[in-house]
Ligand binder design. Structure first.
Ligand SMILES: C[S@@+](CC[C@H](N)C(=O)[O-])C[C@H]1O[C@@H](n2cnc3c(N)ncnc32)[C@H](O)[C@@H]1O
Length: 195
């Protein structure tokens, strides 16, 4: 079964939990990690990896000394990611919920993350889930840490991300189905993470 067929099937069954008709294109995947300085070792977390188009770019670019933790909640996607990426130095696939990120890092002796790359359907997450994900991201990101979020609704959620983060920049990526983009964010606003 192709990634597109698998992905579409999950979308038709699970709707907003998947929130996309197709995996991200190579162009969108590259754009999403463009903010990361690969000249030094990084700790990178990918949330909501799906079939792994962005994971593939991370696996190609992360140099020696970097760690890449790939978190995916959907069991079939997590299995596929393990088949594809187990054995990649420094990269680990974790089947689990993004809300549990702090514990996942603690279990691995990691106390700071340099970059979070998110394929999560952040705008369509239930309010309490979104708040918790953003709270955890704020807790684990270092002072210069970045949050890099794909979207298939270009510009539509600029206001939402500006409420969540101090700094937000948007980049359009038309070479995707459907046309898409990336929000590059820094600095979780305290109010976004408060319960
Ligand atoms: C829009 S898809 C993006 C998939 C992939 N990153 C891509 O770019 O093609 C969203 C993904 O987030 C996953 N997801 C949704 N909620 C999640 C959660 N709370 N924790 C971890 N993964 C989640 C879904 O299972 C799905 O694979």
């Amino acid at each position: 079964m192709s990634d597109f067929t698998l992905f579409l099937g999950k979308f038709l069954r699970q709707g907003t939990a998947i929130a996309s008709l197709a995996p991200s294109s190579r162009w969108l995947s590259r754009a999403t990690v463009a903010n990361i300085d690969w000249g030094r070792p990084n700790v990178v977390v990918e949330l909501g990896a799906g079939t792994g188009p962005i994971t593939r770019v991370l696996a190609e670019r992360a140099g020696a000394g970097s760690r890449v933790l790939v978190v995916e909640r959907e069991p079939d996607f997590a299995r596929l990611l393990r088949e594809r990426f187990d054995g990649t130095p420094g990269l680990e696939v974790i089947e689990g919920d993004a809300r549990d990120l702090a514990g996942m890092l603690r279990d691995r002796g990691i106390d700071r993350v340099d970059h979070v790359v998110s394929g999560l359907p952040t705008p369509s997450l239930p309010e309490d889930v979104r708040r918790e994900v953003i709270r955890v991201v704020g807790e684990v990101l270092g002072p210069d840490g970045t949050f890099n979020q794909i979207t298939e609704m270009p510009w539509v959620y600029l206001g939402l991300y500006r409420r969540l983060f101090e700094e937000v920049r948007f980049q359009f990526e038309p070479r995707n189905f459907p046309p898409a983009g990336v929000y590059f964010c820094r600095g979780v606003r305290p109010a976004a993470a408060a319960s």
